[in-house]
Design a protein around this ligand. Structure first.
Ligand SMILES: [Zn+2]
Length: 437
């Protein structure tokens, strides 16, 4: 890539700048190492979305990543799709990581065995995360969104962010419905469920949870009676409306109460917005009423609300308790990120933007590729402003430091010097919340 002199100057400085990965799905290293890995793992996550858009079907995708099949046979299935995605941001992230760790710019029939063998040398306990995350990326801590069995609250690098308990994952509401139907959840009312969940959130906060995670949904005024009706329908197995384009009163009632509980704990809430499937369901603008009705709760909004990046920026500009997190976004479109970030700079305070979250699960090496794309987008925006005389070089560097490190460290109260968390007091009060930022 040919960069301008200013962009290159910034990128050279970024090379050893300390980084917080503000959103990852990586499990603790022990869990990741127990899983199968080979050269094709580079094309398992996120590149698949671009491949699906080009016609790859789910069955072939599963075959490509089925370790019981011969590597070459699987590569033959993958190869026609590699050409289609090579210029996409996700494809570039894979190429950058392949080159950095294995000295290859593309996968070929001839190099897949060799790369797989080299991966075996890197994928060892105490080596993989240190080499990729700490040495190559200069990451000091990662804010981790993973299932409970992939989390260790005492891990030096990973700070857990458990699900809030409703509407966090795509199927979480359906899971709740199923658990009520099957009698696995033995609560008799939405309020009983809320009390039960609150206890859990307090327990998780005491163990060191950095925040709680959920997803943006259409919102309505919380109403106990309407919520109760749906709750009873779910318990008795009666059909209920599942469209996510209109508000679900039970979901709204539970979310509102659990947001209040997280606010009490003095922790932020991380909110997925945009991107997937029918992205209208998780539009970032849905969160606005929650942001307004919980002014003491800090919202870390994820993924730039892609494709609604402009509305997303305006939310950060209008509300002091909403942060703009670029996690995953540069891998979706580095260009969209650079354009939007430039607009955000015009209207949002510099302490509100978080420039990096790799959002990676399987291809650990690709955290590096995702980081390089985020750094490229930031260098493009700041470099252009340096060239126009809008910023001094040192000012640009100081802004980048905020975006890549200081802002996420402050929002999630990370302590980089110790390489571990500063745990919240057992019962933080409202004053701590307001002074935390
Ligand atoms: Zn994610």
């Amino acid at each position: 890539v040919n960069y301008t002199a200013s962009e290159q100057w910034l990128l050279d400085r970024f090379a050893d700048m300390e980084i917080i990965d503000a959103h990852t799905h990586l499990p603790v290293e022990r869990v990741r190492l127990a899983e199968h890995t080979d050269a094709l793992t580079f094309y398992r996550q996120y590149t698949r979305l671009v491949m699906f858009s080009g016609g790859l079907d789910e069955t072939t995708f599963l075959r490509i990543h089925d370790p019981d099949r011969p590597l070459h046979e699987r590569f033959d299935l993958l190869e026609p799709h590699l050409e289609q995605i090579q210029f996409s941001s996700a494809g570039r992230a894979a190429t950058i990581a392949l080159e950095r760790f294995y000295g290859e710019t593309k996968l070929t029939r001839d190099n897949i065995e060799r790369i797989t063998q080299k991966m075996g040398e890197l994928h060892r306990p105490g080596v993989l995360y240190r080499t990729v995350l700490e040495d190559a990326c200069s990451i000091r801590q990662l804010v981790q969104n993973a299932p409970p069995h992939e989390v260790d609250f005492d891990d030096r690098l990973l700070r857990p962010v458990p699900m809030i308990g409703i509407g966090g994952e795509w199927n979480e509401f359906n899971d709740l419905a199923e658990s009520l139907r099957s009698g696995e959840i033995r609560c008799n009312s939405p309020d009983e469920y809320i009390e039960d969940r609150k206890e859990r959130l307090i327990g998780l906060a005491r163990r060191g949870a950095a925040a709680f995670k959920t997803t943006s949904h259409p919102y309505c005024e919380p109403d106990r009676r309407n919520a109760r009706e749906i709750f009873d329908d779910l318990r008795s197995g009666r059909a209920h409306r599942t469209s996510r384009l209109t508000p679900n009163p039970l979901h709204c009632y539970l979310s509102d109460a659990l947001f209040a509980a997280v606010e009490q704990l003095g922790l932020p809430v991380a909110v997925h917005t945009g991107v997937w499937g029918d992205f209208r369901e998780s539009d970032p603008t849905h969160v606005i009423p929650y942001i307004q009705s919980h002014p003491g709760l800090r919202f870390d909004l994820f993924h730039m609300g892609i494709p609604s990046v402009r509305e997303f920026g305006r939310i950060g500009a209008n509300f002091g308790n909403a942060w703009l997190n670029m996690c995953w976004a540069p891998t979706l479109s580095t260009t969209m990120v650079a354009n939007a970030l430039d607009e955000w700079m015009d209207m949002v305070a510099m302490n509100k933007i978080i420039a990096f979250g790799s959002d990676t699960r399987w291809p650990v090496e690709k955290v590096y590729g995702h980081l390089k794309l985020a750094q490229e987008a930031v260098a493009t925006v700041l470099g252009r402003r340096m060239d126009r005389g809008l910023m001094l070089a040192e000012e640009a560097l100081s802004v980048a430091r905020k975006w890549f490190f200081e802002n996420p460290a402050a929002l999630y109260r990370l302590d980089h010097r110790l390489g571990r968390s500063v745990r919240p007091e057992a019962k933080p009060n409202a004053a701590t919340v307001r002074h935390a930022d």
